[in-house]
Design a protein around this ligand. Structure first.
Ligand code: SF4
Ligand code: SF4
Ligand code: SF4
Length: 324
């Protein structure tokens, strides 16, 4: 008997696996999804092969959810294959949407990554000074590895993307809403990010405590101070990315008394999340001179990881900071 259920694929690229966990976190709703669709690819959970996808017709898959950033030939190849076979492609999670945590690697070079991983790290023993090569022969069998690109890319820098499901990882409610919208055809305009288009501060309860006259005179990392759970983090001198981050996560981190680190990306109209955040925070500095501003800015440990934690490849810095 042939099935008429829409076919759905899940795929992971440069990913930590957290986005796959988020799908499992749908709990009972996952059973409803599994009932409503036919899953044709999900490498983390089911043993489908690439040749099963290659044998499909164009657009035979209703929707492919692709998480993780793109850094290897294999990730690009499978993304291109899924694009060809899918009516819709959804960039799932911060890594696919903006480059995410793997995208921070664009602040260093491929050569430096290889040195650290295979030579310099204190836990590495590599007396023969070996590094992975694209081709090798093991016990008489030729083995080929996918090429490791010089830079990390967002999914839409490699293939055409229809929708973006933001978050590191996306919240289960958002995933369930997106799947339901796709199954019922109630979709917004192509290219939409499937979350609120307002800044997180708009829905955060702590915005009510914001005193517009209050200025930041000292910057703390979250572990250096016991944060008051009822007061805006910025007023306490703790960097919170709420002013430059899209809402839709139900203030997950804020409710756990941790500041937002920006995983939902910027609202539309903001092209560079880090630059927007930098402008918002520096305007709160209690500094009258350039030297006072510099002294406060120097208290921010890891500025790139603070302002661009999830968004280096999608930012204006994207490709300007790397070398081979
Ligand atoms: S978005 Fe976050 S949870 Fe998902 S793969 Fe990337 S790092 Fe992991
Ligand atoms: S800066 Fe952070 S804590 Fe303050 S209102 Fe915005 S999201 Fe809430
Ligand atoms: S509070 Fe910020 S970092 Fe935390 S889940 Fe929401 S958008 Fe992501």
């Amino acid at each position: 008997m042939t099935t008429t259920k829409p076919k759905v694929a899940f795929y992971w690229c440069a990913s930590c696996g957290g986005c796959e966990e988020a799908i499992v976190d749908l709990n009972a709703a996952l059973l409803n999804v599994a009932e409503a669709v036919e899953i044709v690819l999900w490498p983390v959970a089911l043993d489908f092969k690439y040749h099963h996808i290659e044998a499909m017709k164009e657009n035979e898959i209703a929707v492919s959810f692709i998480n993780g950033a793109i850094r290897t030939d294999e990730q690009a190849h499978v993304s291109e294959l899924l694009r060809e076979k899918s009516g819709l492609v959804v960039a799932f999670g911060s890594c696919s949407h903006m480059g995410g945590i793997p995208g921070l690697a664009n602040l260093t070079s491929r050569g430096e990554i290889m040195n650290r991983s295979y030579h310099d790290s204190p836990t590495v023993e590599n007396a023969a000074s070996l590094e992975p090569s694209l081709t090798s022969n093991a016990l008489g069998v030729d083995v080929t590895l996918p090429a490791f690109w010089a830079q990390v890319h967002t999914l839409d820098q490699v293939i055409d993307v229809d929708y973006y499901l933001p978050g590191c990882p996306p919240m289960p409610d958002g995933i369930a809403d997106a799947v339901n919208a796709i199954l019922t055809g109630e979709l917004p305009e192509k290219g939409a990010v499937l979350a609120s288009d307002k800044a997180l501060c708009d829905s955060c309860e702590r915005r009510k405590t914001k005193d517009p006259r209050k200025r930041i005179s000292k910057i703390y990392r979250p572990h250096q101070i016991q944060a008051d759970p009822n007061v805006c983090f910025l007023e306490q001198g703790i960097i919170c990315c709420g002013p430059a981050t899209r809402g839709g996560c139900n203030e997950a981190c804020i409710n756990g008394n941790m500041p937002c680190t920006g995983c939902y990306g910027p609202p539309s109209g903001v092209t560079d999340q880090g630059a927007k955040l930098l402008a918002a925070i520096s305007s709160l500095f209690d500094a009258k001179t350039k030297d006072e501003s510099v002294a406060l800015a120097e208290q921010i440990t890891d500025p790139a990881g603070t302002f661009y934690r999830y968004a280096v490849p999608a930012s204006t810095l994207a490709m300007k900071v790397t070398k081979e």
